[in-house]
Design a protein around this ligand. Structure first.
Ligand code: TRP
Length: 439
């Protein structure tokens, strides 16, 4: 039998190795994998904030700059979301080519996903979904949402398959509460939807990825189960439009844009390489920074550690208590020191959360300035953070109450050929209007 030939590394794959075991030896470097996020360790052993410039360089992505944001605003006629204005969605791959398509009225779709690791989502999970909802409205684009119950089953030793599936359905309700358009959105559990065009693509993708590539990208070790090694093909498949023949037809010729946190990029680096070989369009990406855990910005929130996160199900009282007692403070050690030397909003979790969720740019700017100056105290800052977070969470809770089983079925029904808008170019109406206005 012929020896397996080593695959020549392609550009995007060669750009990085995310092997966490390699990084572990270095100790100092920041670690960002789909499973672990930790800032570089200083001499004191404490994790520093994530260095996003370094990530852009390491991963070989592009920064989102002011020109790109302006082009997005000009084309969609919609003001840039605070996440864009504040650089929280900060990096991308091929976003410009999606905007080109939008300009020409050619179809594309949005793809995102969620690993249902627990019954309730937390504030960190809200970020990509809030942004997807905004993009869906701005582009009037179809959206597919993958619930990776299979992934969580494979990666969480103690989790039962049935539990993971039940979490997926519970999470689906949280996600629907973000206000997605039921006529433009298809959400699916991998366990339920695998078949047809989906499984065909999973297989085609799997054949293009060698074991050594998966190991280099994700750092698997010999004792890992083989499902983990194969999972990349399953997360990749929704990037290709004929995974959803009922929506986009059988050809696989419609590209997608994937909003996600930057830790998911390794999956899509592989996907982009595979796309070339399968003659599908490469998925474009738009990457978010991590939503910091209450304990500080060198980490990300974990759904399985209750004290690091605020859940969509938390009561106003729980929110208040958690922020007051756990949110890492950049304030001075005493009230006097704070007034004299000021606080540091760059490491202050309450401030960081406001940066995500406070709409008003001017107020945010005032808070930042007065906190630095020491005239705004830590408890005042936390109070404002509690108000803003509580309002958002209560709003989702209210809307979640209105999510019926019937509505869940509508979002998850794979037989309904509902995204008829694609017969018309996505965003075509707006483009037409713009042209007419110019004449
Ligand atoms: N792996 C992701 C998680 O654990 C879920 C996911 C699947 C995803 N497909 C995606 C996230 C696409 C972003 C984009 O949460």
């Amino acid at each position: 039998m012929a020896e397996p030939q080593p695959q020549p590394p392609t550009t995007e794959l060669a750009a990085t190795s995310l092997n966490p075991n390699e990084n572990a030896n270095e100790g100092q470097e920041q670690k960002v994998t789909p499973w672990e996020v930790e800032g570089a360790k200083g001499a004191d052993g404490k994790a520093a904030a994530i260095d996003y410039d370094r990530l852009v360089e390491q991963f070989g992505t592009r920064r989102i700059d002011a020109d790109l944001i302006k082009r997005f605003e000009d084309l969609t006629g919609v003001r840039a979301h605070p996440f864009l204005r504040r650089g929280l969605f900060f990096s991308h791959r091929d976003l410009a080519s999606i905007l080109d398509r939008f300009e020409k009225g050619k179809p594309f779709y949005l793809y995102t996903g969620r690993g249902p690791s627990s019954g309730s989502m937390h504030t960190g999970h809200m970020v990509p979904f809030l942004f997807c909802k905004y993009l869906q409205d701005a582009f009037h684009a179809p959206l597919v949402i993958q619930l990776t119950d299979d992934e969580k089953f494979l990666f969480k030793q103690e989790l039962k398959l049935e539990e993971a599936h039940a979490f997926a359905i519970q999470n689906a309700k949280d996600i629907i509460a973000f206000g997605f358009n039921p006529d433009l959105t298809f959400m699916f559990s991998n366990l339920d939807y695998m078949g047809g065009g989906f499984y065909a693509n999973v297989q085609k993708i799997a054949k293009c990825i060698t074991y050594s590539q998966a190991r280099a990208a994700f750092g698997f070790v010999d004792s890992d189960n083989i499902g983990k090694v194969h999972f990349a093909s399953i997360q990749a498949a929704p990037s290709f439009s004929n995974t959803f023949p009922h929506i986009f037809g059988p050809k696989g010729d419609i590209p997608c844009l994937i909003p996600c946190a930057i830790d998911q990029d390794p999956y899509f680096r592989i996907t982009r390489d595979v796309a070339v070989r399968l003659k599908y369009p490469k998925p474009a990406l738009i990457h978010a920074q991590f939503f910091p855990a209450l304990q500080g910005s060198g980490t990300k929130m974990s759904a399985s550690k209750a004290e690091t996160a605020i859940y969509i199900t938390d009561t106003p009282n729980q929110i208040k208590k958690k922020i007051n007692s756990h949110a890492f403070s950049g304030g001075g050690a005493t009230a006097e020191l704070h007034r004299e030397f000021g606080g540091n909003p760059d490491v202050d979790v309450a401030f960081q959360w406001l940066k995500f969720f406070l709409e008003d740019d001017e107020e945010l700017e005032t808070i930042e300035r007065t906190y630095r100056a020491g005239t705004l105290s830590t408890s005042e800052l936390k109070k404002r953070c509690i108000e803003v977070v509580t309002a958002i969470v209560v709003d989702i809770q209210e809307r979640r109450k209105g999510v019926t089983d019937e509505l869940v079925r509508k979002f998850m029904d794979p037989t309904e050929k509902k995204i008829v808008q694609l017969k018309e170019p996505v965003g075509g109406i707006k483009v037409e209007e713009k042209k007419a206005a110019k004449k």
